[in-house]
Write a protein that binds this ligand. Structure first.
Ligand SMILES: O=C(O)CCC(=O)C(=O)O
Length: 390
C-alpha cells in the first residue's frame, strides 16, 4: 500500500480511496472493539452514569446512541439544508445560487467558510493559532466539481430555529454539567459539512491552545465538543480520534507524521461511527482530524462545545476570536451563557411535555430569559461574537 503523502493534484479520488481502504478497515475494527458507546444513562442523582464518565475519561470520547429522535432530526436536517442552500453563490456574493439574498449578510460574523473541493484549508498554515501543523492529502476533484463548497457554517442558534432548540436539549446539557460542573459555560459552535466526493479535510490537531502550560493543567481543562450527526457516518467521512491522546499533553503532530514515514494515516486512530441522531463527545485535547470525503456519503455534524467556567474566566481570546483582543470577563461569560437559557426555553415552547434542563447559573433568571423576539435580539443575535474559544 502506498503511503498518503502526495500533495494536491497528484492523486485521483480513485487512487486516494484505494490507498485509504486498509487504514479505514483497521480503524473501524479498533473502534468497534472499544467499550464507549450506548444510550444516555443517568445515575440516581440524575447526572451522567459513572460508567460513561469513566469511559469518556479513559478514551477521551464517547458515542451516545439515539439522542435526537426522528422528528427533531428531520427539523434539524431541514434547517441545515436551508442554510446550505442560502449560502452565497460563491465566496463574497450577496446572493444565493437561486438569486435570493444570501443568509447572514447582516450577521456580525460571516456564517460560511468555503473551500476548494477535497482540500485541506488549515493543515500546515498559521491559521487558528497554527494548531494544524501538517497538511492532509488533497485528491484532485472530478472535472465536474464546483469551484468552492461550503465546509463550515457558524451561528446556528441564530440561523436555525431547530439548532437553537437542540442547544437546549436536556440530555446534552446534563452531560455538559456532569463533565464540566454546574457552572459550565459555552465554547462555540460550527457545522461541518462534508459533501460526497467534495468535502475537505480537517488536518490532525488538538483543539485547545490556551492551557498547555497552565499550572493546573489536566485532561479536561480545554473542555469538550458535542457532534450531533444528521446522517450515518462511515470511516471514510467521519471524524477520527486517537483514543487516550487527551491525557498526554501537547502532541508533536508533525513529528508523529514524520515518524509515520510522512503518512497522514496515523496508527491507533479510530473513526466515530454513528447512526443518524447519535451524539458524540470528544475531549478537545484529543488528537483528531478528518480526511477528504471521496465517499458517496454526506456527513453533517452539528458541533458545539462546553467548558468549565474556570477554564475561560480571565483568559485571552484565541482561535476564532483571535485578533479581538478580548479577555473573557464575567460579563462576557454571562452574556454568552445566556444563550443556553434562551435555548432551553425555545425548546420548552416546542416540546411542552419534556422535562427542561435546569441550568444552575440561570435558575433564578428563567423569566428574564424566556425565548421571545426581545431575547432573540438581545441574546441570540450575533451571540457568536461572544464565543469563549481557548
Ligand atoms: O468533524 C470534523 O471533521 C472536524 C471536527 C473538529 O476538528 C473539531 O470539532 O474540532
Amino acid at each position: 500500500m502506498q503511503s498518503q503523502k502526495a500533495p494536491r493534484g497528484d492523486i485521483s479520488t480513485q487512487e486516494y480511496s484505494a490507498n485509504m481502504k486498509d487504514y479505514l478497515e483497521t480503524g473501524k475494527t479498533l473502534a468497534i472493539s472499544l467499550n464507549n458507546r450506548g444510550p444516555v444513562r443517568r445515575a440516581a442523582n440524575g447526572k451522567l452514569h459513572s460508567d460513561i464518565l469513566n469511559s469518556f475519561k479513559k478514551y477521551g470520547f464517547y458515542i451516545f446512541e439515539n439522542v435526537v429522535d426522528k422528528e427533531e432530526l428531520n427539523d434539524i436536517r431541514a434547517d441545515t439544508a436551508n442554510m446550505i442552500e442560502r449560502a452565497p453563490q460563491k465566496p463574497g456574493s450577496i446572493l444565493d445560487s437561486r438569486g435570493r439574498p444570501a443568509l447572514g449578510r447582516e450577521f456580525a460574523r460571516e456564517p460560511y467558510t468555503f473551500i476548494k473541493p477535497l482540500s485541506d484549508p488549515w493543515g500546515g498554515t498559521d491559521l487558528l493559532n497554527g494548531r494544524h501543523p501538517s497538511k492532509m492529502v488533497e485528491p484532485t476533484p472530478e472535472d465536474n466539481a464546483p469551484e468552492h463548497v461550503v465546509h463550515l457554517m457558524y451561528g446556528m442558534c441564530e440561523a436555525m430555529p431547530a439548532a437553537l432548540r437542540l442547544y437546549g436539549h436536556p440530555d446534552l446539557l446534563m452531560i455538559a454539567e456532569s463533565i464540566n460542573g454546574e457552572d459550565f459555560v459555552p465554547y462555540n459552535d460550527a457545522i461541518f459539512v462534508k459533501q460526497p466526493g467534495l468535502g475537505g479535510s480537517v488536518a490532525w490537531h488538538q483543539d485547545g491552545v490556551t492551557h498547555w502550560e497552565s499550572e493546573d493543567w489536566d485532561e479536561g481543562i480545554h473542555g469538550f465538543n458535542f457532534q450531533v450527526q444528521l446522517y450515518e457516518t462511515t470511516p471514510a467521512n467521519s471524524l477520527w480520534v486517537i483514543p487516550g491522546s487527551h491525557k498526554d499533553g501537547k502532541a508533536d503532530i508533525k513529528g508523529m507524521i514524520e515518524e509515520n514515514s510522512g503518512s497522514i494515516q496515523l496508527p491507533g486512530a479510530v473513526p466515530l461511527i454513528c447512526a443518524p441522531g447519535d451524539a458524540t463527545i470528544v475531549n478537545r485535547q484529543m488528537v483528531h482530524g478528518s480526511f477528504a470525503n471521496t465517499s458517496p456519503n454526506i456527513r453533517i455534524s452539528i458541533t458545539f462545545g462546553f467548558h468549565r467556567r474556570k477554564s475561560v474566566l480571565g483568559q485571552k481570546a484565541a482561535l476564532g476570536m483571535n485578533g479581538t483582543n478580548a479577555v473573557y470577563d464575567e460579563k462576557r461569560i454571562f452574556e454568552r451563557a445566556a444563550v443556553i437559557q434562551v435555548a432551553i426555553d425555545a425548546r420548552k415552547q416546542k416540546y411542552r411535555d419534556e422535562q427542561s434542563f435546569d441550568y444552575k447559573p440561570f435558575t433564578n433568571l428563567k423569566d428574564e430569559y424566556r425565548f421571545s423576539d426581545t431575547t432573540f435580539n438581545s441574546v441570540i443575535k450575533d451571540y457568536n461574537t461572544k464565543d469563549l474559544a481557548i
